[in-house]
Design a protein around this ligand. Structure first.
Ligand SMILES: [Zn+2]
Length: 315
């Protein structure tokens, strides 16, 4: 049963669809600014605060927007600088990317940046070294892991709920995995993105209830472009039809679903937990099974330009 005092974690990945999803080398459009304003207005309407993981490129283009997010009482954290998947970067490139984004956001907000979310949740079994680099760079928590192995991301075997993760070098970082839903012995992603667009709402609600029953917050995420159902039709770029179809499906429902979740549960930024929580479960990544076998399907169409286009949905 849901504990009435559990405050779940609402997060927003601030990025531009064209650059982050269609082509990582494309310039950012201005769309993300107006879209983020829509999210901010919604959160004011519902008097809810969240954690905004802001892409460095977006902060560079719209520093005023970052200040507005901060001024509205939200937590500003890092989504990296260039939205390049971790497996496409060397450790040195990754360190440069996250350091650049951290400094940029700290200069704009005047506040410490201690939390990180990887582009497309791309910290996997072969890139766990990224966690030690995050600690080296001054980060204290991460929200890049998904405890379901999908074709594009995820690490089967990690805990579903917030935990203290022992890194490959034996250090510790607070990990906030994105929400999942368990049914018939299977675990499926249910934290946001394509899953929030395409799963029936009771699965999203069920994910929050299940995690709260474990005494843990659910971590949900959204992107500002999901608040703009007509954006894809207005962009002056060629979008492959399968990507357009997949990215459009269910988009008009996202705001309503987020609104329903906000009304049904209690939400706040990640620092409510990372700064104030008591003892939390520990997990050593050295205990992971080295040969994952299962796949739970894909719903996000994120970062198409950096991987084969896989647009299946299912679990
Ligand atoms: Zn992203």
């Amino acid at each position: 049963m849901q504990g009435p005092t559990i405050r779940n974690i609402l997060t927003v990945d601030v990025e531009d669809w064209t650059q982050s999803v269609l082509d990582v080398n494309a310039p950012l459009t201005d769309c993300f600014i107006a879209n983020t304003h829509k999210v901010l207005e919604h959160f004011v309407e519902r008097a809810v605060c969240a954690t905004f993981f802001v892409l460095g490129l977006a902060a560079e283009k719209a520093p005023r927007l970052v200040r507005e997010i901060c001024k509205a009482g939200h937590e500003v954290q890092s989504h990296g600088y260039g939205h390049r998947l971790i497996r496409t970067q060397t450790p040195r490139e990754f360190a440069e990317d996250v350091t650049r984004s951290k400094k940029l956001l700290e200069d704009i907000t005047g506040r410490r940046v201690t939390g990180y979310r990887a582009p497309a949740f791309s910290i996997g079994r072969t890139t766990l070294w990224a966690l030690d680099i995050l600690l080296d760079c001054g980060f204290e928590y991460d929200s890049s892991l998904c405890p379901v192995q999908t074709p594009r991301y995820g690490i089967e075997g990690i805990p579903r709920s917030m935990h203290l993760l022992h890194t490959p070098l034996g250090r510790q970082i607070i990990e906030l995995p994105v929400a999942t839903y368990r049914a018939m012995g299977q675990l499926a992603p249910a934290g946001g993105g394509g899953y929030a667009r395409l799963w029936p709402y009771p699965i999203l609600r069920g994910a929050v209830r299940q995690l709260n029953a474990l005494g843990a917050p659910a971590v949900m995420y959204l992107h500002p472009y999901e608040y703009n159902p007509v954006e894809l039709g207005s962009l002056p770029v060629r979008i492959p039809w399968r990507l357009r179809l997949h990215q459009s499906m269910g988009r008009r429902h996202v705001r309503g679903r987020v609104d329903r979740l906000i009304r049904e549960f209690s939400w706040g930024p990640a620092n409510h937990w990372t700064a104030n929580s008591g003892p939390i479960p520990r997990f050593d990544c050295a205990s992971l099974d080295p040969s994952p076998t299962r796949s739970a399907g894909v719903a996000d169409g994120d970062t198409i330009g950096q991987r084969p286009t896989v647009l299946r949905f299912g679990a």
